[in-house]
Design a protein around this ligand. Structure first.
Ligand code: HEC
Length: 191
């Protein structure tokens, strides 16, 4: 019975005009997840630029750390979903993606390589009997990011030492503008 329902849902999802009652949970999950991502990452570029101007890399490092750690916890506390930041090339091992997240990150990189990066990537999954929608949004490198994620030529001289001290196994350098640095990832409950 459940299998049959899933098959019906899959069929409906494939048609261009899904049944509103069945489409709603997915649409709600995407809306909820996007609100969480805006709260966590919406001001990242501005906040980083302001901190770089005010106190250089030493101050700006705290901004990027907070978004990945305590700010993410605070945003999740206000919503039903879970949120964190992930990448295929890690600076902080805590930001390691799971298998599903890894797959979507790989899709993002492949899409970006052919100029077809999508604003959002989603896939449903179940965990301990509950259904979730994984909603991921690519984080693309802007010029301000290169101070701490760039190549030897673009890394800020004052960033090199603190990064080496705090992240001895840092993989998150060598980036150029327009690459997928990582993604915001939300697991949002369906229904
Ligand atoms: C002043 C230094 C600095 C700048 C500028 C900076 N970052 Fe970071 N970034 C860090 C640090 C430090 C971490 C590790 C954070 C942590 O401990 O969770 C990090 C981690 C990340 C991560 C999480 C994945 C990982 O590697 O652990 C992403 C994604 C990321 N940065 C994206 C960006 C983007 C996009 C920009 C530009 C808009 C940017 N960063 C600018 C210092 C910086």
């Amino acid at each position: 019975m459940r299998v049959k329902l899933m098959a019906t849902l899959a069929l409906l999802a494939a048609t261009s005009a899904p049944h509103p009652a069945l489409a709603a949970p997915r649409e709600e999950a995407i809306k909820g997840a996007e609100a969480m991502i805006r709260e966590l990452g919406g001001e990242l570029k501005n906040d980083l630029t302001a901190a770089m101007e005010a106190g250089g890399p030493a101050q700006a490092i705290q901004v990027c750390v907070s978004v990945g750690q305590e700010k993410a916890v605070a945003v999740a506390a206000r919503h039903p979903g879970r949120i964190h930041r992930v990448s295929l090339k890690l600076r902080n091992r805590e930001n390691r993606p799971n298998e599903l997240e890894r797959r979507l990150l790989e899709n993002m990189e492949a899409d970006n390589a052919v100029g077809n990066l999508q604003p959002t990537y989603t896939v449903p999954f179940s965990e301990k009997g509950d259904e979730y929608l994984l909603v991921m949004k690519p984080i693309v490198t802007a010029p301000v990011c290169l101070s701490c994620h760039g190549t030897a030529a673009t890394l800020h001289p004052d960033a090199v030492a603190p990064l080496a001290e705090h992240y001895p196994d840092d993989e998150a350098t060598g980036y150029e503008v327009g690459q997928v640095r990582g993604a915001f990832s939300v697991a949002y409950p369906l229904n």
